[in-house]
Ligand binder design. Structure first.
Ligand code: DGY
Length: 326
């Protein structure tokens, strides 16, 4: 068969090479930017497969226009950018990239936690601008991490990896999960499952790992932020809209919480007004999975799943398995 694949952004060569061995046409967006909705709409027409980014909105219209499409391989573990229901109705398989980015994203959550708690970015700014005038006993004091309470919202793969890294700091771990229990965390760390309110009230560090859905959109808003300790820090490496970002700006401005470390934003890549002016927040540009090794693994995973679907086999990471029983 003469398969035709479109990749919406340049990805590591490992994945492209797999696709080139298997498909006659493999085209990559030549621009150093995401395509606009209309540009993407033109590109999906006539393709058998598309390899998409979390920033590509694949809605019902896009799916309808892509009459030949058989598979959408999302280059991310989250797939809230895709209308999966419309894809399933259209008989299109949707795949994602779980597991391969667990460690890099958990590392990023810790990097943000350290950066904001020990005021590293603030200190870097002062040092570069010549405002470090010498060691002083009351200069840029942060918070301790050891033996504090870590609250994990969404103890799935990445949340679990984040929590397991707390061993070195002998922390108490609370977690929420939509599943019944996380036995790894309970057995390895003595972690306790908690309801959201208890977790918010008792944790010193709260790290968000829950996927974005209509249920989790604005899960953390004014009310929830007001339940947190004044000394607590909020970390988000999941999806921006899980936090009501304007409510967070207010809470940070009023010192209602101590700080936040963010990798994702409600209107990504834009920040809500006021966020960038605050000193008690570290803002990273969605780098959770951004390591050379992880991005290469993601490209292989997405490409292999495309090849499996096009050769009429089940992909390894299907998010809509019901598509096979329609
Ligand atoms: C994901 O895979 O969902 C991550 O956010 C990518 O960095």
């Amino acid at each position: 068969m003469s398969w035709n694949v479109f990749i919406t952004r340049e990805i590591p060569e490992e994945g492209i090479a797999i696709l080139k061995r298997f498909c006659q046409t493999v085209e990559v967006n030549p621009h150093d930017r995401s395509l606009t909705y209309d540009e993407l709409l033109q590109q999906v027409k006539g393709r058998d497969a598309i390899l998409t980014m979390l920033s590509d909105k694949i809605d019902a219209r896009m799916i309808q226009e892509a009459a030949n499409l058989k598979v959408i391989a999302n280059y991310a573990v989250g797939y809230d950018n895709i209308n999966v229901k419309a894809a399933t109705e259209g008989g299109i398989v949707v795949t994602n990239a779980p597991g391969v980015l667990t460690d890099s994203t958990a590392d990023m959550a810790w990097a943000l936690l350290f950066s904001v708690t020990r005021r590293i970015v603030e200190g870097d700014r002062l040092t570069r601008t010549g405002k470090f005038t010498g060691w002083a006993p009351m200069f840029l004091l942060g918070g301790d991490i050891v033996e504090k309470t870590l609250g994990i919202i969404g103890a799935g793969r990445i949340g679990t990896a984040m929590a397991l890294r707390s061993r070195g700091w002998n922390m108490k771990v609370l977690y929420t999960t939509y599943k019944s229990r996380n036995t790894i965390l309970e057995e390895d760390l003595g972690a306790q499952k908690a309801d959201l309110e208890t977790l918010l009230r008792e944790s010193d560090f709260i790290s968000i790992h829950t996927p974005l859905s209509e249920k989790t959109r604005h899960m953390i808003g004014t009310r929830e932020l007001s339940m947190m300790k004044k000394t607590a820090y909020l970390i988000n490496t999941g999806r921006g809209p899980v936090i009501d970002e304007m409510a967070l700006v207010e809470a940070l401005r009023n010192k209602q919480i101590a700080g936040a470390g963010l990798d994702v934003y409600e209107d990504e890549p834009r920040l809500k007004p006021g966020l960038a002016e605050l000193d008690n927040v570290v803002v990273a540009p969605h780098l959770g999975s951004a390591t050379v090794e992880t991005r290469a693994r993601m490209s292989v995973m997405a490409a292999e799943d495309i090849a499996l679907v096009l050769s009429k086999q089940k992909p390894k990471n299907c998010v809509n398995p019901e598509v096979f029983t329609r």
